[in-house]
Design a protein around this ligand. Structure first.
Ligand code: ADP
Ligand code: ARG
Length: 349
C-alpha cells in the first residue's frame, strides 16, 4: 500500500465519488489522521487512486474510519445511498413482511435467485487493516460456528489454501465462489496474504454458502434456481440468526452493519436474480428506465464488472442503507415483475 501524503492525481475523465469529494481541502484536513488500528487516509483511498475507473474508490479499515474520515465518507455515503449524516438505519429481517409470490413460476425468465449480506466481527479491524493473525482467527471462529450448523444449513468449510485450481474454477464458474485477484480489492489491501485465511462454507445442495475473508469477513449467501425469492430470503434470515447466536457483528445505529466498502453499509444486502430479457435489453435505455425507477443495478452474468451473456443479466437492489432488508428485496422483486411484464409485451410483438 502506498502512503504518499500528497494530494493524488485523478485523470480528467475520472468519475469516481472519491475524485468528486476528495478536494485538496479535505485531503489536507485528513491526511495526518489515523484510526485506532493505524489506518490512514492514503490507505482508505488507495483503491480509487490506483484504479481511476472506480465508481466509488474508498474502503474503510475499521468502524472508526467512518468517523475519523467522515469529511470524505459522509458525502460519498450521502450520494450513493441518499442517506444523510443525521439519518438512522433500521433493520427488518422478518420474511413475513415481504410480499413476493414467485413472479415466474414457469421458470421462463428467472434463471436463479441469490441474496447475500456482508458481515464483519465486532471489535476487530475490517479486511483492509486486519493483521494476518487476526484474519486467521476470524477464519477459525467463523468456520467453527458454521461447522456446528444443523439441518438444511449443515455443510462443510473448505479453505482456499490447498484447494485445487480445478475445484476453485468450477466453484467460480458455477457462481458459488469469489474470484481471485480483483484489482480494486488488491489496491485496498484486501488480498494481503492470499489465499491464507480465506475459504467457503456450503451445504451439500449449495443453497447456503458463506464466503470467509473476502471483501468482508463474512458474506452470507442463500441461492437457488428459479424465482422463489421468499424462500431464498427465509433461508438467509434463518442462517443469519443462527450465526448471530455465536458471533457478534459490527453494527452502528447510524450506519447499520459495518462493511469495508461504503456501498454495502446498512443492510449489506444484495438481492439479485439472473434474468433472461433478450428483447428488453436490446432497448437499453428503456431497460435502464425500469431499473432506475425501482432502484436497481444491472450487472453481467459473472458478477460485478462482468458482461451479459445471451441476454441474461444480474439485477439487484442498489439501495442498502436507510432501507430495511425487506425493502431491499421488495425493490428487487417489484422491479423484476415490471421487467418480466415488459419482456412479455415485446415477445408478443
Ligand atoms: P457480490 O454479490 O458478493 O456483491 P458479485 O457481483 O461478484 O459479488 O457476485 C458474486 C457471484 O455471485 C458471481 O459469480 C455472480 O455471478 C453470482 N450471482 C449473483 N447473483 C446471482 C444469481 N441471482 N444467481 C446466480 N448467481 C448469482
Ligand atoms: N471499489 C470499486 C469501485 O469503486 C467497487 C465498489 C462497489 N463494489 C464493491 N464490491 N464493493 O468501483
Amino acid at each position: 500500500m502506498s502512503d504518499t501524503n500528497e494530494y493524488p492525481h485523478f485523470p480528467s475523465d475520472c468519475k469516481s465519488l472519491l475524485s468528486k469529494y476528495l478536494t485538496k481541502e479535505v485531503y489536507t484536513q485528513l491526511k495526518d489522521k489515523t484510526t485506532p488500528s493505524g489506518f490512514t487516509l492514503d490507505e482508505a483511498i488507495a483503491s480509487g487512486v490506483q484504479n481511476s475507473d472506480s465508481g466509488i474508490g474508498v474502503y474503510a479499515g475499521d468502524i472508526e474510519s467512518y468517523t475519523t474520515f467522515s469529511a470524505l465518507f459522509d458525502p460519498i455515503i450521502e450520494e450513493y445511498h441518499g442517506f444523510s449524516k443525521t439519518d438512522s438505519h433500521i433493520s427488518n429481517l422478518n420474511p413475513n413482511d415481504l410480499k413476493a409470490p414467485n413472479p415466474d413460476p414457469e421458470n421462463k425468465y428467472i434463471v436463479s435467485t441469490r441474496i447475500r449480506v456482508g458481515r464483519n466481527i465486532a471489535n476487530l479491524p475490517l479486511g483492509p487493516a486486519i493483521s494476518n493473525e487476526q484474519r486467521d482467527n476470524v477464519e477459525n471462529q467463523v468456520s467453527q460456528a458454521l461447522n456446528a450448523l444443523e439441518g438444511s444449513l449443515k455443510g462443510k468449510y473448505y479453505p482456499l489454501d490447498g484447494m485445487s485450481e480445478e475445484i476453485s474454477q468450477k466453484l467460480i464458474s458455477d457462481h458459488f465462489l469469489f474470484k481471485a485477484g480483483d484489482r480494486f480489492l488488491e489496491a485496498a489491501g484486501l488480498n494481503r496474504n492470499w489465499p491464507k485465511g480465506r475459504g467457503i462454507y456450503h451445504n451439500d445442495e449449495k443453497t447456503f454458502l458463506v464466503w470467509v475473508n473476502e471483501e468482508d469477513q463474512l458474506r452470507i449467501i442463500s441461492m437457488q434456481k428459479g424465482g422463489d425469492i421468499k424462500e431464498v430470503f427465509q433461508r438467509l434470515t434463518d442462517a443469519i440468526s443462527k450465526i448471530e447466536e455465536k458471533i457478534e457483528f459490527s453494527y452502528s445505529e447510524h450506519l447499520g452493519y459495518i462493511t469495508s466498502c461504503p456501498t454495502n453499509l446498512g443492510t449489506a444486502m444484495r438481492a439479485s436474480v439472473h434474468i433472461k430479457v433478450p428483447n428488453l435489453s436490446k432497448d437499453y435505455t428503456r431497460f435502464e428506465e425500469i431499473t432506475n425507477k425501482y432502484h436497481l443495478q444491472i450487472r453481467g452474468i459473472n458478477g460485478e464488472h462482468s458482461q451479459s451473456v445471451g441476454g441474461i443479466y444480474d439485477i439487484s437492489n442498489k439501495r442498502r442503507l436507510g432501507v430495511t432488508e425487506v425493502q431491499c428485496v421488495q425493490d428487487m422483486y417489484d422491479g423484476v415483475v415490471q421487467l418480466i411484464k415488459r419482456e412479455k409485451e415485446l415477445e408478443a410483438k
